[in-house]
Ligand binder design. Structure first.
Ligand SMILES: Nc1ncnc2c1ncn2[C@@H]1O[C@H](COP(=O)(O)OP(=O)(O)O)[C@@H](O)[C@H]1O
Ligand SMILES: [Mg+2]
Length: 229
């Protein structure tokens, strides 16, 4: 059985339908890339998984349990950790306060986050608002880890960051893959980096999943057709 499974998901924002049939499955410990051009429904799919948006059709199960009726905080309690698009943190709390505010019992604590991102440790008493974009992204990932997720979802975590900082984020994702058993769903545009870390991929086109398979099979023709690269 799948750890995370979406089956024929449809969803709308008011009268505007955004998802028209998304299928996705992820095994525990697996890294899956969720790909597609802008506006194709990646973040909407993420919102449905995290229960931030109610779907109108299809089903979503996590750990063999239908989570379609759960509110977001209960989905989080089951172990779904989200690093949202736009790396939101509490701007007027310090780094430590941001991390502690997210904490739930488990292996991940301040010390372990500091191991993954030493820069956060150096800045622990600084207000989040004073951090660089890359540091804010590290903090957003740290906050999600503090919830001790079994599934971590990163929505455009490297977007808009300098190459050297992007590499730090990718290195952290690689460590999470090799050092933890968590499942990871990655929304990102960098195919070359995804190739290094993702096991499988799902491609969305106009709100529907149009291709899924192993990441190594995402070739130039597919990328050209669906990703515009
Ligand atoms: N809050 C919202 N209200 C209305 N429409 C939205 C909202 N967020 C996204 N959409 C629409 O839903 C579709 C999918 O968007 P999104 O899931 O954000 O795409 P992606 O993350 O792949 O760029 C787009 O047509 C977008 O305009
Ligand atoms: Mg998006």
């Amino acid at each position: 059985m799948s750890f995370l499974k979406l089956d024929g998901i449809t969803a709308s924002y008011g009268p505007a339908q955004a998802l028209f049939g998304v299928d996705l499955s992820l095994a525990e410990g697996e890294v899956c890339a969720l790909m597609g051009r802008n506006g194709m429904g990646k973040s909407t799919t993420v919102r449905v998984i995290c229960r931030l948006l109610a779907h109108s059709g299809g089903s979503v199960t996590f750990n063999n349990r239908d989570i379609g009726a759960l509110p977001p905080h209960k989905a989080a309690r089951l172990g779904i950790g989200l690093v949202p698009e736009g790396r939101r943190c509490f701007p007027n709390l310090t780094v430590s306060e941001n991390l502690i505010a997210a904490a739930r019992p488990g292996d991940w604590d301040l010390a372990r986050v500091a191991q993954l991102f030493p820069r956060l440790e150096e800045r622990r008493d600084q207000m989040a608002v004073s951090l660089s974009g890359g540091e804010q992204q590290m903090l957003a990932i740290g906050r999600a880890l503090m919830t001790n997720p079994r599934l971590l979802i990163l929505d455009e975590a490297t977007e808009g960051l300098a190459p050297v900082v992007r590499q730090e984020i990718w290195a952290a994702v690689g460590r999470l893959k090799s050092e933890t058993g968590m499942g990871i769903l990655l929304v990102d545009k960098s195919i070359s980096e995804l190739r290094l870390v993702a096991d499988r991929a799902v491609i969305l086109e106009r709100g529907a999943s149009v291709w899924s398979g192993v990441m190594a099979d995402v070739n130039h023709a597919l990328a050209d057709q669906y990703l515009g690269v």
